[in-house]
Design a protein around this ligand. Structure first.
Ligand code: UGB
Length: 651
């Protein structure tokens, strides 16, 4: 490190910085002797990229010197964590900001149309076959959770993956995800007759979520997963931009720091690539990478079938989608065809779909069709990529994803911003750089089965236009009970249709009593929690190892079962069989994996009730009050089987 102002001047000349240039940042010039040669190089790069304002408020040497060095530590990090470095970031930002100012449509020349994809119906033969194919393939899969988002819309103080998905058991999203992956691993391994490996699980975190995610895992023994199976990859934030010249924004609280903001979930591709994880997975013979988001308590109900679709159709990219209400805040899967003949199936973000349609001959924009839904299926950002082609593509791009910028302008002149902006990227934009030969498909499933994210705070959820989903903690929890109730109904209904396949009338009569048997799950009642009207179904929950697929669940329910609306059922064991069970109250069953427990007879008690609470009532824990109700455990039948063996519970 140079020690005098003179040697700094020498360095300036060695670096080819002329007097006038150096004079444009006099405060930097005075402090250059504090910097290492690498830091001087970074300073030069910043100057060349028109960032001299960053040094305007620097104090004279001797004051805040450590802060000045820390500034360059930050610059070095921003430089190394962005593909192509800060120079490339600033250059891209200028181009994108100029396009934005000019009102350039990123889809210029493209015409949207409704794409065709695989539309699945839960429980029919196609669905069951895809599920089987998916379970078989799961042993060749790795899972990636993007969990770097702060969840500003939700306004929850903790990390979102720590939030209970439902409060009957209090299982948080991360625990649910891990238990689902482990259940899939076990089922897939069973099909492969033991020839299998552990399914790797990577979690992308950020400075906002990293340490709390790590703590959550460590304090819960990784929820049963081997610690070596889980890898945390931290994404870095990117520099904020103050104006159309892409001048980097100073941190309002520290004149020696650049303000930073999240770059978006698209970072996951570059991180998987640069960390070497993709190569590791590829070398281990894995074939699929499944990406998912932080707060969808239903998503693993849709994973086996959608993985089966990928494997059967050999999709390089498969996006999971649900029917989408027009203007609903989820992206629309769209076919874009360019005037020059290019065509791709891609997510068009919700704020872009409507203007794109209006600009291309659809004067009403994004509207519902006769089905009551937008013709463009909703992207739920659960992506399945085939690892081989994915690796090949990333070798070319390094994982860089096409970015966008969304400045909030002060006025129509578009010359200044209300607040700083930054470049962002989205993981679902990965297919944008793929060649036309790439097999890009999608799979649509019913919303009740696949999608119930927790994104909106109670106030905003209560203002959602009628008919559109709340996407709140309240609706997310109710959706789990609804899905489990419908699944229980459906697995037993199929027993009936199987029965009808028998041609002999006599045989049909003989087996009718068994087959017709099914779970009579009562209809829900309507209730209002935190200003949101929701359907309250019986509160049915089970561990993923009890049943993740249609066939697994069907094998665990037999005879004639009934469940009243006021009921709660928690199945914690693997081998619990419901047989002629009549439930009107609360039933909690836990058992070790080697115990087989047949549960039947009449369970009648006061059960567990839902008591409304106000989201503003701070005497109630935040996790509870954001859903607008708490559970009152009045009375239950609770049994735990801790020894291997065969048991029967028939009260
Ligand atoms: N996330 C990160 O890991 N890092 C980041 O920098 C930002 C986010 P949001 P949004 O399925 O409902 C997405 O904020 O805006 C993680 C899709 O773009 O919930 O609602 C974060 O932790 C949209 O097309 O995303 O939009 C979370 O897990 C639609 O599919 C995930 O990224 C929509 O989700 C998503 O973050 C949806």
């Amino acid at each position: 490190m140079a020690s005098t102002v003179d040697s700094a001047a020498e360095q300036l000349s060695k670096l080819g910085i002329d007097g006038a240039f150096a004079d444009s940042a006099p405060n930097l010039k005075k402090n250059l002797h504090l910097l290492s040669s690498e830091q001087v190089e970074l300073a030069k790069m910043l100057m060349e990229m028109g960032q001299s304002h960053l040094f305007e408020k620097w104090a004279a040497p001797g004051v805040d010197d450590n802060e000045k060095r820390a500034f360059f530590d930050q610059v070095a990090k921003l430089n190394s964590s962005y593909p192509g470095g800060l120079k490339s970031y600033i250059k891209t930002a200028r181009e994108l900001l100029a396009d934005s100012k000019a009102g350039k449509n990123p889809f210029d020349g493209f015409t949207p149309s409704v794409p065709t994809g695989e539309v699945l119906k839960f429980g029919d033969d196609t669905f069951i076959n895809y599920e089987q194919a998916g379970v078989k393939e799961a042993k060749n899969a790795a899972f990636v959770l993007v969990a770097g988002g702060l969840g500003e819309r939700l306004g929850y103080n903790g990390i979102k993956v720590a939030l209970p998905a439902e409060t009957t058991t209090g299982t948080c999203f991360l625990q649910n995800y891990i238990e689902c992956i482990l259940a899939l691993q076990e089922s897939s391994c069973r099909l492969a007759e033991g020839k299998c490996q552990e399914i790797p699980f990577a979690i992308m975190t950020s400075d906002d979520t990293h340490s709390r995610t790590q703590e959550l895992l460590e304090s819960n023994s990784y929820f049963g997963m081997k610690p070596t199976q889980v890898k945390l990859l931290k994404q870095e934030k990117v520099a904020c931009l103050d104006d159309n010249d892409a001048r980097l924004a100073m941190d309002p609280k520290n004149k020696y720091r650049i303000q930073t903001k999240p770059h978006g979930h698209g970072d996951v591709h570059a991180l998987l690539y640069s960390s070497g994880l993709l190569k590791e997975w590829h070398d281990a013979g894995l074939k699929w990478v499944l990406f998912f988001q932080d707060t969808n308590g239903l998503l693993f109900k849709a994973i086996p079938a959608s993985l089966g679709v990928s494997a059967t159709k050999q999709y390089h990219v498969n996006s999971l989608a649900v029917p989408r209400k027009a203007k609903e805040a989820i992206g629309g899967i769209t076919r874009l065809t360019h005037a020059d003949g290019r065509s791709m199936v891609i997510n068009v973000e919700y704020n872009q779909l409507d203007p794109l349609l209006r600009a291309t001959g659809f004067p009403d924009g994004d509207v519902n069709c006769e089905t009551g839904y937008s013709p463009f299926p909703g992207n739920i950002n659960q992506l399945i990529l085939e690892l081989g082609p994915y690796m090949e593509e990333l070798k070319k791009t390094g994982g860089a994803i096409k970015e966008f910028v969304n400045p909030k302008y002060k006025d129509a002149s578009k010359t200044s911003f209300k607040s700083s902006t930054r470049l962002e990227c989205m993981m679902q934009d990965y297919p944008k750089t793929l060649p036309p030969s790439a097999k890009v498909g999608f799979t649509v499933m019913d919303t009740w089965l696949a999608y119930a994210p927790v994104k909106n705070n109670p106030e905003d959820a209560a203002k959602v236009p009628k008919g559109n989903p709340y996407h709140s903690a309240t609706s997310g929890e109710m959706a789990i009970y609804c899905a489990n109730s419908l699944i229980l109904r459906k697995v037993t209904r199929v027993s009936l249709s199987y029965c009808k396949n028998y041609s002999s009338e006599l045989l049909w009569f003989l087996i009718l009593s068994t087959c017709q048997a099914g779970a009579q799950v009562d209809e829900p009642v309507q209730e209002v929690f935190n200003g949101q009207e929701v359907e309250v179904w019986p509160r049915l929950t089970w561990k993923p190892k009890w049943g993740l697929t249609f066939s697994e669940i069907k094998n665990k329910v037999s005879g004639s079962c009934s469940v009243s609306q006021k009921s709660t059922m928690v199945i914690e064991g693997h081998n619990v069989i419901l047989e002629d069970l009549s439930l009107n109250g609360a039933l909690i069953i836990d058992s070790v994996d080697d115990a087989e427990v047949r549960v039947g007879g009449k369970v009648q008690n006061k059960g567990w009730t839902l008591e409304p609470v106000d989201h503003k009532d701070t005497s109630v824990p935040e996790e509870i009050r954001i859903r607008g109700f708490k559970i009152n455990k009045l009375e239950q039948l609770e049994k735990s089987y801790s020894e291997p063996g065969k048991f029967s519970l028939k009260p």
